[in-house]
Unconditional design. Structure first.
Ligand SMILES: Cc1cc2nc3c(=O)[nH]c(=O)nc-3n(C[C@H](O)[C@H](O)[C@H](O)COP(=O)(O)OP(=O)(O)OC[C@H]3O[C@@H](n4cnc5c(N)ncnc54)[C@H](O)[C@@H]3O)c2cc1C
Length: 449
């Protein structure tokens, strides 16, 4: 039994993730008694934010729920991301959303994203999950002068639809607030969103779900699914079988072609890469003029994201590579160093103490999906967060749990997130599209580093 995946096997190997976040937690040892065959009400494939948040919600409502995670809990993107708990989840521009769905549905999509950010706040507070929060909203830095005008109209729209505070900062105001970097031309500040330690969030969700009665099975890759008389049977590679009438698929960028069959060709995993420096001294922070803690990113389509962590390490992330071979990983890491040095020249010689990568997930229509799997009674899926699943994954889990409990789909998620996952044309070769898309983005972004 083997799973068909889009990237090099090394990306799916059950090795510990060499991330900074792993160095900040102590993982509990695996308990073998958790992985015996059994029947439950709802089985969940994937132990990231989406799966764990669904498990928490269902267990709290008294459902017998089992999470099957191929590796360690939070091993996927959830335990290794940049920790921006912010708006996002779709990559379809708002003008295109309005053309396709109308302004009311585009607003509903935005409100879903804002609800997702508040949901992370609520859940962490309710369950006492310590995520080292860095409050203060988020900042989008204009990477060329013309972008500031676009950010101005976005700020106006966000204030109008969400009622959140926004500000436009000139280049001088940006530097004066401790966001000193090269190549910036002012910024938009949005008073919504915060930074978290993403792995602490994932493991905290797991603890809360377990405390509510969920059965969490790490190191249990589901390799086959079949159904008989309305009951789904999930078979793990070791032979363990979990049977349930309802199944939630929460595998996002780590999905495989046949799990379930419908998913094949409808998602596209994309690599994102992060480096984290050693702790910077006060003098080093002053030399660069960066002392702000607000999670920040730039206005490029192939964006860079960066934040100063609580212990004064700088986290810097970007996309760009399409393969996970040793050679391409080395090239990507060199590119990341070069971009980091160009944007933060005073730190060009500061060593990267940690570097790692992981898979996010995009879709053909650049929209997320939360809903039933067509033609497979009792199966639900949530995926396609477009590199913004910290808040949206947690929120999707809550909504998928509601669907599994019997809520009406139309009343549970806004229309754009119900519009379906179209299959990529020439789906088998869809990864080959990425160099073309990235090339176009680089051209459109201009201002090369
Ligand atoms: C480097 C990086 C930086 C990012 N930064 C941010 C950020 O700052 N802010 C933000 O909002 N988003 C960010 N993202 C995206 C975000 O991390 C993801 O959207 C989110 O974590 C997805 O959560 P999930 O639970 O849906 O999927 P994942 O966390 O990816 O979990 C899916 C899980 O499914 C498991 N699985 C797959 N197949 C099977 C199977 N057959 N059987 C059992 N288990 C299986 C995998 O092992 C995996 O653990 C980033 C992503 C990456 C890679």
């Amino acid at each position: 039994m083997s799973l068909t995946r889009l990237y090099e096997p090394a990306l799916y190997a059950p090795e510990p993730v060499p991330s900074y976040w792993e160095a900040t937690v102590a993982r509990p040892p695996l308990s073998p008694s958790e992985i015996a065959s059994h029947t439950c009400d709802v089985a969940i494939i994937g132990g990231g934010y989406t799966g764990l948040s669904a498990a928490l919600e269902l267990a709290q409502s008294g459902y017998a729920v089992t999470v099957l995670e191929a590796n360690a809990l939070g091993w996927g993107a959830s335990g290794r991301n940049g920790g921006f708990a912010c708006l996002g989840g779709t990559a379809l521009p708002r003008t295109a959303q309005i053309r396709r769905f109308g302004a009311a549905d585009a607003d509903a999509l935005l409100r879903l994203q804002a609800r997702a950010v508040h949901r992370v706040e609520e859940i962490t507070q309710t369950h006492g999950i310590e995520v080292d929060p860095q409050p203060g909203g988020e900042v989008c830095v204009a990477h060329r002068p013309g972008e500031l005008e676009l950010l101005r109209s976005e700020a106006e729209m966000l204030s109008r639809v969400l009622g959140v505070e926004t500000q436009i900062w000139s280049q001088e105001a940006l530097s004066a607030r401790g966001f000193g970097m090269a190549g910036s031309h002012g910024a938009m500040w949005l008073g919504l969103g915060f930074g978290v330690n993403p792995l602490k969030l994932a493991l905290g969700l797991a603890d809360a779900a377990r405390a509510a009665g969920a059965n969490l099975c790490a190191h249990s890759p589901v390799a086959r699914m079949s159904s008989e008389q309305g009951v789904w049977s999930l078979t793990c590679t070791g032979g363990t079988q979990v049977r349930a009438r309802k199944v939630i698929v929460a595998t996002n960028g780590y999905s495989s072609e046949g799990m379930p069959a419908w998913l094949g060709g409808r998602y596209l995993p994309v690599l994102s890469n992060i480096m984290v420096t050693r702790p910077l001294t006060g003098a080093e922070l002053q030399a660069q003029g960066w002392t702000a803690r607000t999670p920040s990113y730039d206005s490029r389509s192939l964006l860079h994201y960066f934040r100063l962590l609580p212990d004064n390490r700088m986290l810097f992330g970007m996309r760009g590579n399409v393969r996970a071979t040793q050679r391409e990983t080395a090239t990507q890491q060199a590119d990341m160093r070069r971009h980091f040095a160009a944007m933060f020249p005073a730190w060009s010689d500061v060593e990267a103490a940690y570097q790692w990568s992981g898979l996010a997930c995009v879709t053909l229509d650049r929209l997320s999906y939360i809903g039933p799997v067509p033609g497979m009674e009792g199966i639900y899926a949530g995926l396609g967060w477009h590199g913004n699943g910290v808040a949206m994954g947690v929120e999707a889990g809550v909504r998928l749990a509601a669907l599994a409990k019997g809520a009406r789909w139309e009343e549970t998620v806004p229309r754009p997130v119900r519009s379906g996952l179209r299959r990529f044309p020439l789906a088998r070769w869809r990864r080959g599209l990425l160099p073309l898309v990235y090339g176009w983005y680089r051209f459109r972004d201009g201002a090369p580093l």
